[in-house]
Design a protein around this ligand. Sequence first.
Ligand code: E4P
Length: 232
Amino acid sequence: MPIFLDTGDLKEIQKYMKMGIIRGVTTNPTILLKDGVTGGMKGIKRRSIEIAEMVNPYPLFVEVTTNDQAQMIEEAIEIARWAENIVVKITIHGPNGELGNLEAAHLLETKGKARVNVTAIMSAQQGLLAAMTGATYISLFGGRINDMGYNVCEEIRKLRKVLDDFNLKAKIIIGSTREILNVIEWLEAGAHIVTVVPNLLERMIVHPYSKETVQMFLNDAKKLEEKTRKAQ
Ligand code: E4P
């Protein structure tokens, strides 16, 4: 299941689901805000249920909106109840390095309350610890890691090796995808899944030389038709 769509836009999700080329949808509060969700938690719930139905049986990822540990757990349980294919996203720690998040992720996964995706991971070290919680998915932010001057491919290789060596079940999702070439290179480095924004997915499909080649086929098909007509 290598390609997920990183969006809250229903039309884009429907478009790529119909093509059969995506295997899940990732969101976060920033994406939902950009894609027009309003009305706080009620709005998030409405949009999430619509997306979950659209992508079923593939997963939809929905992030909690608080960093208070008790509220985070409560919200995660509530979000997981919206649809059976929803995975709950919890950041690796709080905005000031608060450490309650991994405990919440561990509790939710091991008590069977929710499937968890630990997110906003910037290094293999963080990824290993996130996987140790028992989380089903861990998300590295590839573009942001490269922006900081590190090589995300190296982080992916190191992380995938320790996950495999120690039989940790977490699947690596790489987000924050900026360039078309990232997708194949990150999968090749060992990521299980790459999540991409709709615009990037379209740029992956459409190639100028393919356009030119297709135009050649169509022109020649027309000529063939004309030739046949003249011969009759
Ligand atoms: C993961 O949830 C996403 O890819 C996230 O939006 C980060 O992407 P950005 O660095 O392009 O904002």
